[in-house]
Write a protein that binds this ligand. Structure first.
Ligand SMILES: Nc1ncnc2c1ncn2[C@@H]1O[C@H](COP(=O)(O)OP(=O)(O)O)[C@@H](O)[C@H]1O
Ligand SMILES: [Mg+2]
Length: 251
């Protein structure tokens, strides 16, 4: 992870946000929960999402280093994926616990009962390009992390729990690569699973073989994903999706 020697200068005003001298107009809050706030910022006809990580719960301030770590980890992954089609642009100035990325006009895949034609071929291409850069996405079970543009193209957002290969951790390299590969396989499983639900007539033999879970991906589910969801639900019992809908209807 790239450490921040001199974080950018941020002035977070009621109406404006100034980041290293660049002025952004504040827009609505997309989502706010105990883990992070996503706020829209506008500048010269462009819209960005500022994702601020703050553990906003009782005694949460004691976990500030964790919030910073997660935020920097996520922006590092966005940086690694810059230039990949289907990944939002990352604003170069990254803070200790926040970053800005391009707002993608569109709807969440959650809002689609039926996917646009060939959508899953395009999504698979994005996911494979992410894998080619050494990243395992890990959060594809949530369709809210896939944005569908009005043209029917997919964008992936939210890399908070993703994992990336790290060439520098020598002794652990094999383990690290092995874990990333397991996560990548899980990603492909989730693409096929969503396809089965939203575009069943487009399912291929390969897709059917992916939805049959392997023992390794079952292991990943029980060792990593389930414990993570349990912790999240303990701190935030109602679930983040409900909160999002609430904050949307309030804004
Ligand atoms: N770059 C973006 N473009 C469009 N919508 C976004 C973007 N970033 C976040 N959102 C919206 O905000 C929601 C929450 O953002 P996300 O990064 O997934 O946060 P969380 O880690 O809390 O799930 C998304 O499901 C999406 O609706
Ligand atoms: Mg999300």
């Amino acid at each position: 992870m790239q450490s921040l020697k001199s974080p950018p200068r941020l002035i977070f005003g009621e109406e404006e946000v100034v980041l290293d001298g660049e002025v952004f107009e504040r827009g609505k809050i997309l989502k706010k929960d105990f883990f992070s706030t996503n706020v829209l910022l506008h500048r010269e006809g462009q819209t960005f999402v500022m994702k601020i990580s703050h553990f906003n719960f009782y005694l949460g301030r004691f976990f500030r280093p964790v919030a910073r770590y997660l935020s920097q980890r996520e922006s590092d992954i966005y940086r690694r994926l810059q230039g990949v089609e289907g990944i939002p642009y990352l604003w170069p100035s990254v803070g200790r616990n926040f970053f800005l990325h391009e707002y993608i006009e569109g709807k969440e895949l959650t809002d689609y009962p039926v996917a646009p034609p060939e959508f899953f071929d395009k999504l698979l291409k994005v996911v494979r390009s992410v894998h080619d850069r050494g990243v395992g996405y890990a959060d594809l079970s949530k369709r809210s992390n896939v944005i569908v543009t009005p043209e029917g193209d997919p964008f992936l957002i939210d890399f908070q729990i993703s994992a990336a290969t790290r060439p520098r951790i020598e002794g652990l390299r094999l383990l690290n690569h092995w874990l990333v590969r397991i996560i990548q396989r899980e990603d492909l499983y989730h693409v096929a699973k969503h396809k089965r639900k939203l575009a069943p007539e487009e399912m291929t033999e390969e897709d059917w073989s992916r939805v049959r879970k392997s023992p390794l991906s079952q292991l990943h589910k029980f060792l990593l994903r389930k414990p993570w969801l349990l912790i999240k639900r303990r701190i935030y019992p109602k679930g983040s999706d409900e909160m999002r809908k609430k904050s949307r209807s309030m804004s």
